[in-house]
Design a protein around this ligand. Structure first.
Ligand code: SF4
Length: 236
C-alpha cells in the first residue's frame, strides 16, 4: 500500500458516509478542483520552469483552504467521526511508500536546496542511498514497512512545510490499527474523508493536468526520486 492509495473499508467513514449532502459536497469539490488545477497548470504550461512550479506550489495553500472550507460545512454533531489521531511524533505511516508526481518532486528538491547547506545535502544523499539499498534488499512488505522515509528525523517530518500531497491526505482515526497494519497488511486503517479528500483531489488534479497537457502521468517514489535529482545536481 502506498500513501496515495489507502485501503477503504465500506464500514468506516472514509469517504463522506451515507449522507447525500456530504456526497454532493465531495462530488462538486472533486469536479471543481480538477477543472481548476487543469486550467491553472495549463496556463503555465512549460513544465518545471519556476513559474510552473510556483503554480503547483500555490495549490498546497488552496488544498489547505479547501480542507478548512469543508470542515466548516460539517455540523458539530457529526465532527466526531472525522476526528483523526495523527500528531507530531507519531510516524507509524512513514514506512509506507510515498509516490509523488514529478512536479512535486521538483518542489521538494527546490525546498531542500533553499533550506539545506551543501554539506547537509550530501548527508541527505547518503541517507537516501541507504534507504534505497535497504528497500532493494528487503524481501517482504512487512520488512519494507519498517524502513522509514529518509525525511523522518527524530519522529518528525523534516520537510513538513513541503511534504507531498499524499502525506497531507493520509490520516488515521486509530493508532492501534496503524501499528497492527505494520505486521498484518490485511488490517484496514480507518481514515477521515475530511482530511483525505481535499488533498487527494488536488493530487489527482495535478496528475490529470499533466496528462491533459500531454505529459506522461508518471509518479516516482519520493526517496529514490530526490536521490536521483541530488545525484544529477551534485554528483554525490
Ligand atoms: S515526507 Fe514526511 S510525512 Fe511523508 S513519509 Fe516522509 S517523513 Fe513521513
Amino acid at each position: 500500500m502506498d500513501k496515495s492509495r489507502p485501503s477503504v473499508d465500506e464500514n468506516t467513514p472514509f469517504y463522506f458516509p451515507n449522507n447525500k449532502m456530504d456526497q454532493d459536497i465531495e462530488r462538486s469539490l472533486r469536479a471543481k478542483v480538477i477543472q481548476h488545477v487543469v486550467v491553472s497548470i495549463a496556463r503555465n504550461n512549460r513544465v518545471y520552469t519556476p513559474r510552473f512550479l510556483a503554480s503547483i506550489k500555490s495549490l498546497y495553500g488552496e488544498a489547505e483552504a479547501a480542507h478548512l472550507e469543508i470542515k466548516g460545512l460539517i455540523p458539530d454533531s457529526k465532527m466526531e467521526q472525522y476526528r483523526v489521531v495523527c500528531r507530531e511524533g507519531c510516524s507509524h505511516c512513514c514506512g509506507l511508500t510515498v509516490n509523488v508526481a514529478i512536479p512535486e518532486l521538483y518542489l521538494i528538491f527546490e525546498y531542500l536546496r533553499s533550506t539545506r547547506s551543501e554539506e547537509e545535502l550530501k548527508e541527505l544523499a547518503q541517507d537516501l542511498k541507504a534507504y534505497v539499498t535497504a528497500m532493494e534488499e528487503s524481501n517482504s512488505v512487512t520488512e519494507k514497512l519498517k524502513i522509514k522515509c529518509s525525511f523522518l528525523k527524530g519522529d518528525k517530518c523534516s520537510i513538513y512545510e513541503q511534504r507531498p500531497m499524499s502525506c497531507r491526505a493520509w490520516n488515521s482515526r486509530s493508532v492501534s490499527h496503524c501499528i497492527e497494519y505494520l505486521e498484518d497488511q490485511e488490517v484496514d486503517i480507518p481514515s477521515s474523508a475530511l482530511h483525505y479528500t481535499p488533498y487527494n483531489v488536488f493530487r489527482q488534479g495535478i496528475q490529470r493536468a499533466l496528462s491533459v497537457m500531454g505529459f506522461e502521468d508518471i509518479v516516482e517514489e519520493l526517496n529514490s526520486g530526490i536521490l536521483r535529482l541530488l545525484e544529477g545536481e551534485y554528483g554525490t
